[in-house]
Design a protein around this ligand. Structure first.
Ligand code: FES
Ligand SMILES: [Fe+2]
Length: 434
């Protein structure tokens, strides 16, 4: 039975989030979920899409922001807007398709019409409204929008910190990821992998920079990598991941990072460390035919993921060469969207290899993770066992390093990023102005 007693809401979170553990209710309590949709997703900068998905004027896509249906639009001037998909009249959603191109949205219920910047442009038979009903002053609900390196973020916070300040120590890492693309131009592709996960959204976040689990959760993938040579992708997670140059970092403001690049750099070029994939040899042969050896290797390296796992709190996960975003649906249900990325400035063969990388980890490894998330959710339903331990690396003198940018660096299997982001989560739930 619970050892946590009522009391003020702020005190409650002091009890539920300890330095080295959190209470299972963070993952199972529908009231806490409803509260975090307001205090976390309603206040933070939340990732809502990539500029390349709305490549030209008047394109739009729909989605959710902390459960709220939204429309992300680009107007005729190229400006992005994040609109609440909720008619001012009686509340119906005004847009009911996933994506498209539209200058205006007409509510299917009674025909109220809105421009793609949200302004109410007209209602049917206006003579039926009193003169003081001023449609010109009305618009769909709007979130504030900020774009960083083509990642579009939105917030309902009336007075948010700048997106640059929010990203903080994560910012140079986003830059490094984007700058691997020629000209810094990233194209987020269709999102073939859309996973409906039977788990609380924080189970995904907990795992996003967890270097502890791959040796066990992804054993079949690692064993395949080992059969193909010690240096194949992720093989270094299997033996003694804490002894190598790989590390994890808590970056502040809820963001975290695990850096596999040192393992790749120690082993030579990126391409040589890839596992076999269908069609790979033919695509490689075409590149090697057309380019000098060094240039061919440079291009082939650009087909490979960045070996960075960067989590931007609360819902953007940059993993290898994929963009993953999560949308909480219910306390025990989360939508995960994986998108491959390509470049307009790379040969078609390299982009084809980037797309085919979806057949590697997202197809092989992500199902392992999804199974864990759902099984954690099931295990956490047990009321008698209350705590989720995040104490790996905690309390060991000299094991983690405080960085000049305010981050904390630790061995790859430590749960330092989890402890860090849970502290940030607690501050938000206690109403901190962050
Ligand atoms: S609910 Fe949209 S026009 Fe009536
Ligand atoms: Fe995993």
């Amino acid at each position: 039975m619970s050892t946590i007693r009522g009391g003020a809401r702020g005190d409650l979170y002091d009890q539920l989030v300890r330095e080295d553990r959190v209470h299972r209710r963070l993952y199972t309590d529908a009231e806490i979920f409803a509260e975090e949709m307001l205090k976390v997703f309603g206040v933070s900068w939340v990732y809502v899409g990539h500029a390349s998905e709305l490549g030209s004027a008047n394109e739009f896509k729909t989605g959710t922001l902390g459960g709220r249906p939204i429309i992300v639009t680009r107007d005729a001037d190229g400006e992005f807007h994040v609109l609440l998909n909720r008619c001012l009249h009686r509340g119906a959603t005004v847009c009911r398709v996933e994506r498209g191109r539209a200058k205006r949205f007409v509510c299917p219920y009674h025909g109220w019409a809105y421009a793609n910047d949200g302004a109410l442009t007209g209602v049917p038979w206006p003579s039926g409204y009193a003169p003081e009903f001023d449609t010109g002053a009305l618009s769909l609900g709007r979130a504030k929008v900020a774009v960083y390196r083509d990642f579009i973020f939105a917030t309902f916070n009336a007075d948010p910190v700048s997106i640059e300040e929010h990203l903080g120590a994560a910012r140079p890492l986003i830059d490094a990821w984007v700058d691997r693309f020629p000209g810094g131009e990233v194209v987020a592709r269709s999102g073939a992998h859309r996973m409906d996960c039977a788990a609380n959204w924080k189970l995904v976040t907990d795992n996003s920079t967890d270097g502890y689990h791959p040796a066990f959760s992804h054993r079949s993938l690692l064993q395949m990598a080992q059969r193909l040579g010690e240096s194949k992708d992720m093989a270094y997670f299997a033996d003694s991941p804490d002894d190598g140059a790989m590390y994890c970092r808590y970056l502040g403001n809820g963001h975290s990072f695990i850096d596999q690049r040192p393992m790749y750099e120690a082993a030579g070029d990126y391409w040589a460390q890839q596992r076999p994939a269908p069609g790979r040899e033919a695509l490689e042969a075409r590149i090697r035919e057309r380019y000098e050896p060094a240039e061919a290797t440079r291009l082939l390296d650009l087909s490979v993921g960045s070996q960075m796992n960067l989590t931007i709190f609360p819902n953007l996960l940059i993993i290898g060469n994929q963009i993953q975003s999560l949308q909480p649906i219910a306390v025990d249900r989360t939508l995960l969207l994986w998108q491959a990325t390509t470049s307009p400035h790379l040969p078609d063969e390299i982009n084809a290899l980037r797309m085919r990388s979806q057949e590697d980890f997202p197809s092989f490894g992500e199902p392992d993770d999804l199974a864990n998330f759902a099984e954690c959710q099931r295990g956490l339903s047990i009321p008698e066992v209350e705590w989720v331990l995040m104490n790996r690396g905690y309390g060991i003198e000299g094991r983690q390093t405080l960085d000049p940018d305010g981050g904390v660096t630790a061995p790859a299997t430590d749960e330092t990023p989890m402890r860090g982001y849970m502290h940030h989560w607690k501050q938000l739930m206690q109403g901190a102005d962050v």
